[in-house]
Design a binder for this molecule. Sequence first.
Ligand code: GLU
Length: 300
Amino acid sequence: MALYPHMRYTGRFAPSPTGPLHFGSLAAALASWLDARAAGGAWLLRIEDLDKPREQPGAADTILRQLEALGLTWDGPVLYQSARSASYRAALDALERLGAIYPCGCTRSEIADSALAIDGARIYPGTCRGGLAPGRSARATRVRTASEPTRFTDRVLGEITQLVEREVGDFVLCRADGVIAYQLAVVVDDAEQGITDVVRGADLLDSTARQIWLQRLLGYPSPRYLHLPAALTASGEKLSKQSGAPAIDAARPLHELARALAFLGQPVPDAANAGEMLLRALERWDVSLIPCARAAAAPP
Ligand code: GLU
């Protein structure tokens, strides 16, 4: 599904500023940086700061400083999603002209009885698909899904198939609080930034079919996808900023890069500094060594 064959490899790292980088986000940043640089490609940085209530003040700047301390240099200006609402609105308008979206008046508690989707949200039962019931007013905007399977080939995990309509249902593109949903913003930005390759944690694997569904509706090419194992604590819990995963220690870049390389199945070279370690890791970068798993324990 390399639909950008004429284009130079362009990768990206797209952290949400909900806290400083933790080990799992470092592994994603390092893998996407190495994959882009090994291909002679560009590596862009995008701060996904649409969800203001979940944002931690100062976290975006902290992430930039952490990446710099590790030697993970990016190309061009940083893109902030909070400055991109006109592009997201234009995409919503295009979807509306296609008849692909509809207003939904359901509250959270009204769909609380539906089955759980793969990502822990509720599968939307389609209540408002045929129009809002009399007296109901629009809250969120949803996109229509269809019964056909969405398939893609992940560079590590292989063939992935999702029945988006059955497993997720018509999903939200604009929330009841007016915030554009991650699924739409990421698709619009990946297309406008000319992203050819998405390298990220497998905690986002279940989002990929939704993103491909939107790319097809909007007439965008699909990037190639590579999902890394999501990092787990020694006791098997997912490392995440929300669950209070510790920040990486930017004062010990060699130690942090070595841990991340080991997690990615790569040889850990001897090096005097972060720059040297990255150069050596680049020479030996081998995607076939990345563990083929949706999750794996972070090294101590
Ligand atoms: N902003 C998302 C996160 O921090 C990542 C988005 C992506 O890589 O597609 O989990």
